[in-house]
Design a binder for this molecule. Structure first.
Ligand code: C2G
Length: 127
């Protein structure tokens, strides 16, 4: 069974996230998502609109996601990949080159243009 992992905040889940998650799952048979905790978001300098548990509930409703784990720091990826016997690590290409040192196949997928959580927040602000 080919295992895939990806990480992110996935706040205000939108089709850019969905297309990333779908493509990640298509690369294997099992998809784990490392979901950034609220405290890690603070470390990342991100204030998510939805809490970790709300973001987790939403991801749990997506049938093709097989496992969700908390992402609590930058350095857990290598351990997650080893312990969970991950074959492929996937991120959008805004992260291109940042995780090449990981000991598994590393794939950066093209980001979906014209959609982002921050652009959604801007639109909502003016509604
Ligand atoms: N993404 C995408 N297209 C978009 C927006 C996001 O493909 N229009 C991808 C990002 O490249 C990322 C994933 O969706 O791979 C999740 O995006 P975010 O929730 O913004 O995650 P990020 O803040 O980049 O956190 O340790 C890694 C970090 O946790 C990644």
């Amino acid at each position: 069974m080919k295992k895939v992992i990806t990480y992110g905040t996935f706040d205000l889940l939108h089709y850019g996230h969905i297309l990333l998650l779908q493509r990640a799952k298509e690369l294997g048979d099992h998809l784990t998502v490392g979901l950034s905790t609220d405290s890690f978001n603070t470390l990342k300098g991100k204030q998510s609109y939805m809490s970790f548990s709300e973001r987790k509930d939403i991801l749990e409703s997506i049938k093709f996601i097989d496992k969700i784990i908390p992402e609590e720091n930058w350095s857990q990826k290598a351990k997650d990949i080893k312990e969970r016997k991950i074959d492929i690590f996937v991120m959008g290409d805004d992260w291109s080159g940042k995780f090449d040192q990981l000991e598994c196949e590393v794939i950066y997928l093209p980001r979906t243009p014209k959609i982002s959580t921050s652009s959604i927040k801007e639109v909502i602000k003016v509604l």
